[in-house]
Design a protein around this ligand. Structure first.
Ligand code: BT5
Length: 326
């Protein structure tokens, strides 16, 4: 943890105030250095009061994602979020991770961007990423999985996100196979899993996640208003703390990544099926030029969707666009 992250943790642990002397001792730096760090934190938007009786006190937080702040909130994790970096703007956070992956960076690094100029969905589709209104981030993973098993990671991400959203907002999201979370039938989360692999071995996986958090209706273009919403709109309340949500998501992802790496996909799959809007529904699936219609029956061992077609065959779907039929 960086010094700033430690200071923020200490301030949060002592809402009534913590003395400069105590902080200096804890961090093994001078009181003047503590004072200088407080000044830096104020400059990035933290409201920190200082007084002779209470020392330093945190009274307001910025609506910006700051790596030190996220690290301080998150604390220790096994893999996900060991290293967090925040960009003001990127093309796509998946591109940034791709470069880090090629440079040999360890798994677990997370890149957030306050906005993306070329945020993308699957099949070259666009992902809108307005400034500071959502969480637009990617994670580098290097799992010991075969390429066809990486759907497990998308499935695990969906349940991790679902739990985090429930904890922070109280909202219950439905999962739509494989990469969407919906509230009231509208999309609030999209997941883009990109992988680099040899024939039978994954080199790395990039998990790209977009969460619509604080947009108002006007911030969605007309063509998306029927299809998408934000957590704030769905909750019908005020602004949601993106930093709190981000850290809760990373904590839950770390937990589920450990489950996948520990060979516990069946527990993940059970939770997924319980929260899934797709199972038991009539669906149509577009896979490239192929189109099938049928009933989604269950999830296979590797995360594939099993669909009983109109003709009675069981089809394994590992990619494609699923539409829920009425
Ligand atoms: C996805 O694709 O849902 C995956 C989206 C992944 C976005 C994250 S953000 C961080 C990381 N960096 C990136 O560049 N990407 C990842 P797909 O299933 O293809 O859905 C794309 C479709 O969702 C678009 O064609 C629109 O209809 C709709 N869409 C676009 N922006 C949206 C938004 N902000 N919220 C909800 N729906 C959106």
């Amino acid at each position: 943890m960086t010094t700033d992250a430690k200071i923020l943790s200490a301030l949060r642990a002592h809402p009534d105030g913590v003395s400069g002397a105590q902080l200096a001792e804890q961090l093994a730096i001078s009181r003047a250095a503590v004072w200088a760090r407080m000044d830096e934190l104020r400059q990035v938007g933290f409201a920190i009061e200082a007084g002779p009786h209470f020392g330093y006190r945190l009274v307001g937080e910025p609506d910006a994602l700051l790596a030190d702040d996220l690290l301080a909130r998150l604390g220790e994790t096994k893999v996900v979020g060991r290293d967090i970096r925040v960009f003001e703007e990127t093309t796509s956070t998946n591109d940034v991770i791709e470069k880090l992956a090629r440079d040999g960076v360890k798994e677990g690094v997370v890149i957030f961007a306050e906005s993306q100029t070329k945020g993308r969905g699957r099949l070259g589709r666009k992902w809108l990423s307005p400034v500071r209104q959502g969480l637009w981030f990617s994670i580098l993973l290097r799992p010991e999985l075969r390429p066809q098993e990486t759907t497990q990671l998308t499935v695990a991400s969906a349940i991790a996100l679902r739990r985090a959203i429930k904890t922070v907002t109280g909202l219950t999201a439905e999962i739509k196979w494989p990469n969407d979370l919906l509230i009231g039938g509208k999309k609030v989360v999209g997941i883009l899993t990109e992988l680099s692999a040899e024939v039978d071995r994954v080199r790395h996986v990039i998990l790209g996640i977009g969460v619509d958090v604080n947009q108002g209706v006007a911030e969605f273009p007309a063509e998306l208003r029927k299809l998408a919403t934000s957590l704030k709109l769905a909750a019908g309340g005020g602004e949601i703390s993106r930093a709190e949500l981000a850290t809760e998501i990373l904590r839950e992802l770390d937990f589920d990544y450990a489950r996948i790496c520990g060979g516990k996909f069946s527990a993940v799959a059970d939770e997924w099926e319980a929260g899934c809007a797709t199972i038991g529904r009539n669906v149509s699936v577009q896979m490239g030029v192929r189109f099938i219609r049928g009933r989604a029956e269950s999830l296979d061992d590797d995360g594939a969707l099993l669909v009983r077609t109109e003709h009675g065959h069981l089809e394994r779907i590992i990619g494609g666009d699923v539409t829920l039929e009425k």
